[in-house]
Write a protein that binds this ligand. Structure first.
Ligand SMILES: C[S@@+](CC[C@H](N)C(=O)[O-])C[C@H]1O[C@@H](n2cnc3c(N)ncnc32)[C@H](O)[C@@H]1O
Length: 258
C-alpha cells in the first residue's frame, strides 16, 4: 500500500473499532494480533473492513483499476493448474480462468468470495475455477499443486498479509519448475532479497472509472488528496499518477527449482 493510500482519511473515516467484530477468529488473529486496533488510525485495517462491510464498493474500485494488459500476457498461457491467493472479486481471476485447466482462487473474505463466485458463474467459468477460503500462511492446497501460483495486489511482507510464512506457502504449493508471481508488488527489495526477479511494462496508464461522477465519488473515498484534481480534470479516466499510486504494471517472479 502506498503513502498516498495510507493517508486516505476518506476510507478510514468510514469505520470504527466497533466494526472489528466482523472478523472471524482466524481473521482477527492475523489482522488484529494484539486483540485491538483502530481503523481510523490504521488504513490497512480499514481495507480489511471494506472487504467485509462494503464489498461492492471495493469491487467498483478494483474494476476501475485495471492491470496493464502485458502483465496478464506475461503469465504462462496454457498450464494444468493455477492457484491464486487473495483473489478478491476477481480482477485477475477472470483472466486466469482461460489459462489453466483447473484454477483455484483462495480468498479469506467471505463477501468477496460471494461476488467472485457470482462473476465466474455469469461468465461460464464456474466449473473450471474453484473459489475457496484460505490465507497466505495456511493454504488449503497440497505440496507442488500448481504450475503457476500467483497473488495480485494482495501479498505484503507483513505477517498478516503474507510475510515469510506466506511466501513459503506460495512456494510450497508450486511444483518444481513452476512459477510464483507477485503482481503489483509494493516491496520490491523484500522480494528481490528472497530471489524474485522484477518485470515492468511501460506506457501510460489510467484508472477507468464508470463515469466522471464515479471518479469523483471514489476519489473522495480512496484518494482524498487527489479528489480536487479529479474534479478539475472533469473526466472518467484518471491517470494513476494523479491519484498518487504506482500503476499496476509490475510483477515479481521466481521459477522454483526443478
Ligand atoms: C487489494 S485486494 C486485491 C484482490 C485481487 N487480487 C485483485 O487484484 O483485485 C487484497 C486481497 O487480499 C486478501 N487478503 C488479505 N489478507 C490476506 C491473507 N492473509 N491471505 C490471503 N489473502 C488475503 C483480501 O481479502 C483481498 O481480497
Amino acid at each position: 500500500m502506498t503513502d498516498a493510500e495510507a493517508s486516505a482519511v476518506g476510507l478510514r473515516a468510514r469505520y470504527t473499532a466497533a466494526d472489528l467484530e466482523v472478523f472471524t477468529a482466524e481473521e482477527a488473529r492475523r489482522f488484529v494480533p494484539a486483540g485491538d486496533g483502530d481503523p481510523r488510525q490504521d488504513v490497512i485495517l480499514a481495507w480489511e473492513l471494506l472487504y467485509r462491510l462494503e464489498p461492492e464498493l471495493y469491487d467498483r474500485l478494483a474494476s476501475a483499476e485495471r492491470l496493464h494488459p502485458d502483465v496478464v500476457g506475461w503469465l504462462p498461457g496454457h498450464v494444468d493448474r493455477i492457484a491464486e491467493v487473495g483473489a478478491g472479486t476477481g480482477r485477475l481471476t477472470m483472466e486466469l480462468a482461460g489459462r489453466g485447466r483447473e484454477v483455484v482462487a483462495v480468498e479469506p473474505a467471505r463477501p468477496l468470495r460471494r461476488i467472485l463466485s457470482h462473476k465466474l458463474a455469469e461468465a461460464g467459468h464456474g466449473d473450471r475455477v474453484r473459489v475457496v477460503h484460505g490465507f497466505f500462511d495456511e493454504l488449503p492446497l497440497p505440496d507442488g499443486f500448481a504450475d503457476l501460483v500467483v497473488a495480485c495486489s494482495a501479498f505484503t511482507p507483513s505477517p498478516g498479509h503474507g510475510g515469510d510464512a506466506g511466501l513459503a506457502e506460495l512456494e510450497r504449493v508450486c511444483r518444481p519448475g513452476g512459477c510464483v508471481a507477485i503482481i503489483w508488488p509494493n516491496h520490491l527489495g523484500w522480494l528481490t532479497a528472497r530471489g524474485y526477479q522484477h518485470v515492468s511494462f511501460p506506457g501510460p496508464m489510467s484508472v477507468q472509472f464508470g463515469s466522471y461522477a464515479e471518479a469523483v465519488e471514489l476519489a473522495e473515498i480512496f484518494y482524498p488528496r487527489a479528489a480536487q484534481e479529479v474534479r478539475r480534470l472533469g473526466q472518467r479516466s484518471v491517470p494513476f499518477e494523479v491519484l498518487g499510486i504506482n500503476p499496476p504494471r509490475d510483477l515479481m517472479f521466481k521459477v522454483m527449482a526443478g
